[in-house]
Design a protein around this ligand. Sequence first.
Ligand SMILES: [Zn+2]
Length: 403
Amino acid sequence: MSMLPSPEGNNDRNKTVEERTKRRSQGSKNASDSTQSPWSLRVATVSGIPIRLHFTFFLVVIWFALADINQMGHVGMLLAILGLFFCVALHELGHSLVAQRLGYPVQDITLYPIGGVASIEGSPRPRHELLIAVAGPAVNFVIAVILNFVLQMTGDGRHNLNVHLLQGEPLAFLYRANVMLAAFNLLVPAFPMDGGRVLRATLGIFIGKYRATRIAAGIGQVIAGLMGLIGLGVFGAQYQNFGLVIIGIFVFFAAAQEREIETTEAVISDQKVEAAMVRDFHTLSVGDTLRRATEQLLATNQQDFPVILGEEVQGVLTRHSLLRALATEDDSAYVTGVMERNVVFARPEDPLDEYLLRADGVRRAPVLVTDASGKLIGMVTSENAMEFLMIRQISESRNATRK
Ligand SMILES: [Zn+2]
């Protein structure tokens, strides 16, 4: 994510903040979290990624346009702000395109007044995360270099960094803003900003993602606390800045939330499907009736039943589709007419997170696990996936305390 320079400054302090890049949905926490806000408007699609403007963005543009706080004039001001958000969108595209290239789907990019958020799916391993995190600020660095060149060529000398952010021409403003976007986002190691991700990814290469996440989130919260204290004027009235306090509060809670999300992902990131699968399960055969399925449902605590022909899986009869069918059909009907044929298969050695964590939360339908010969050897249901997550989380936090 990228964070933006705030307009209300009457001093030269940099109020760039960056908020978070990834909103991976995961676990029970935000299973219903739809990344498509009804309050946003799609303005473009790049590489299959919708770019949306949040409605609060328009409020800020109006505010900027009306504010008489600069020497550019309203039109210049508006151009500068729109240019800035264009750069923020490019920053998020930097994260997104690298993520796509590394195999992580990107749902969308949303631009808020304080910056942008790219929703990247999956749980990148540390080396990938490092590349994805660096890509955003790198885009702003390149833009700044190009703008610097243009400004030199046009002989505009007013773009040095000592000039107030909102003074000067739109191009000079954009140059400064991009320098700040690159520097602030990369250099402040406050998880969940890009710098925090770089820190977490780098630590993760050496000590594993779980501990790296906790350390990076902790450092982010300490920095957030410092921002708050500085903003309140504790270290001198000349540094007092209410905007900084707001940013500090934002970073503090974002770090806490990210730690929770990341923790869930981290505890299963190195796990294989076989670790979470049920090995003891009942199946139905293609010739079975709904009556037989109902008996199985009542006699066991299983909810979803693979439907087998010989050794081959034909589909899955879930509790939901069984109950729905019983409402309309006679219980002498065959399960094959009711079962779901769209089955997700996995191998025991596959990474668990690819199957458990989906954009819409923990996968609902069971994942069937087969061996090399195609024989069904287990299944991962949502119930035992949730239990597995809980148990892993408890044992990881116990290990972390002992270390
Ligand atoms: Zn970023």
